[in-house]
Design a protein around this ligand. Structure first.
Ligand SMILES: *Cc1c(COP(=O)(O)O)cnc(C)c1O
Length: 489
């Protein structure tokens, strides 16, 4: 059987996209190397250039991204990434670097690394950052290794437990487990915040520290944050800040000032690298002064105007190949410099304003389980008037029909019909108003045409998928797909 009929549905034997005219290149004789020439068939589709271009263009249009429409995915900060930062990251002088080049030839790159980590330190109120970690969860692990190292160096061997509130991002308990420590979960109070009594009850000399994010994963600012950090410190623990979503805070408050000792930042959420689809990411880890010796190797140092690479003896070790995902770092620094200090401080206020605007406009149509103002994201708990028992899933699927990405649903787990909306600061009032109108239309449809909602989405390339199947049986290529069909008979 010919390979084309087996694998590529557009392939037709003998079709050609492009061919080199052999007679134009008489100087290259294949006879000299005939023994190296492949003899088996080249497994490529046979297709014209035009059909090939259309194929990929059509596939690209079946996708949805922040550049196709509104993408208010909560706990995720899907905001627009300005193109100028892509241009910088694409520049020849960055893309052609090699990690083993002599240090004197990469002074610019080392300077970028150094200045970015110092800028992040200023933004967050900490002392020093490593940019070597590849993602948020990776940063968490590095931060926890630093926390562990700190206690071990002080010969405080009993400290092996990390407190995490039940509203935390799922990666937090996972990272604690991977780091070899133990999770202690505490419940939130009715306002969705850390319950101080619950916290006091678990504090002991076995506590290594606490992981927290503020605004927390419900989008609420922990008002008792100074008491929380004080209590944990008094018990001998360190405070870890999950700064994956820094958007609500930029320019307003700093984790260092709230009493946090260690944190990570997701450059691929807040600082201009597109995310979703698995990377590349970057999860810089910052620490207060007394922990800088433990930051992972290699470290970029500065002496007068000269930048050099050092390996420190107390470091937790090396946690990545070299200096992390450097081009993500380049985007982040470009983003920060382009906005500048004056504009960076508006990121937080605008992202908070936009979320609260949606909160106010939709509170009559969707259940608002938390009465207080929200930060950069707002959580609703299903429809207010819901005679047909329409679920949050149906509302989210219906949004796709209106050309908007669905918000995060069924997270946080505290409510049964959660829908978590994060508009970000990059959206215009017109776009946000359009979203509000659409959400109101859907609330109306829930009463008048419930079946439409249960069937939605009706005009996307695929409708409802079997998500369990999709997660368990990953089919990434056409070849895998055929394999699957074959096995299923
Ligand atoms: C996204 C996120 C993470 C994990 O970041 P990854 O880069 O996906 O590993 C951790 N915590 C919070 C609060 C997040 O939003």
């Amino acid at each position: 059987m010919k390979y084309d009929t087996l694998v590529f549905e557009l392939s037709k034997s003998g079709r050609i996209g492009y061919s080199l005219a052999k007679e134009q290149y008489p100087q290259y004789s294949l006879n000299d190397i005939s023994e190296y020439l492949r003899t088996d068939e080249l497994l490529l589709p046979e297709i014209s250039e035009l059909d090939c271009v259309r194929h990929f263009t059509n596939i690209s249009q079946k996708n949805f991204g922040v550049e196709s429409g509104f993408y208010p995915l909560g706990s995720c900060t899907m905001k627009y990434n300005p193109k100028i930062n892509e241009e910088i990251a694409k520049s020849y002088s960055f893309t052609k670097l090699h990690p083993y080049q002599p240090v004197t030839t990469v002074q610019g790159a080392l300077r970028l690394y150094y200045e970015l980590q110092q800028t992040l330190a200023k933004i967050s109120g900490l002392s020093e950052f490593t940019l070597n970690s590849y993602a948020g969860a990776h940063g968490e692990l590095v931060g926890l290794m630093i926390m562990k190292q700190y206690h071990l160096q002080r010969k405080d061997f009993k400290r092996n437990k990390v407190i995490i509130p039940d509203s935390a991002h799922g990666t937090n308990p996972a990272s604690v487990t991977v780091s070899g420590m133990e999770v202690i979960e505490i419940e939130s109070n009715e306002l969705g915040m850390v319950d101080l009594d619950a916290l006091r009850a678990v504090l002991s000399d076995e506590i290594a520290g606490m992981m927290l994010t503020n605004p927390n994963t419900l989008g609420i600012f922990e008002k008792d944050i100074c008491d929380i950090t004080r209590l944990v410190h008094e018990a001998g623990g360190l405070m870890y800040y999950d700064g994956a979503n820094l958007n609500a805070m930029l320019g307003k408050v700093r984790p260092g000032d709230m009493g946090f000792d260690i944190m990570h930042i997701n450059l691929h959420k807040t600082f201009s690298t597109p995310h979703g689809g698995g990377g590349p990411g970057s999860g810089p880890v910052g620490v207060k002064d007394f922990l800088t010796d433990y930051l992972p190797n290699p470290v970029v140092k500065k002496l007068d105007d000269y930048y050099y690479i050092a390996n420190e003896k107390d470091a937790i070790g090396q946690i990545s190949g070299y200096f992390g995902n450097f081009l993500v770092e380049a985007r982040a620094y470009s983003y920060i410099l382009n906005l500048g200090k004056e504009n960076l401080k508006w990121v937080g206020p605008y992202s908070v304003l936009n979320a609260n605007y949606i909160r106010e406009k939709l509170r009559n149509d969707y259940v608002l389980p938390i009465q207080d103002y929200c930060m950069h994201e707002v959580v609703f708990d299903g429809l207010v008037d819901n005679p047909n028992e329409i679920r949050t899933l149906d509302v989210a699927k219906r949004l796709l029909d209106y050309g908007m990405h669905a918000p995060t649903i069924y997270f946080p787990l505290l409510f049964h019909q959660s829908i978590m909306i994060e508009p970000t600061e990059t959206e215009s009032l017109q776009t946000i108003d359009q979203f509000i109108e659409t959400m109101k239309t859907i609330a109306e449809e829930a009463k008048t045409e419930p079946e439409t909602l249960r069937q939605a989405p009706l005009n996307t390339p695929i409708s409802r998928t079997d998500e369990v199947f999709a997660a368990k049986q990953m089919i990434f290529t056409y070849k895998d797909y055929l394999e699957y069909i074959r096995n299923e008979g």
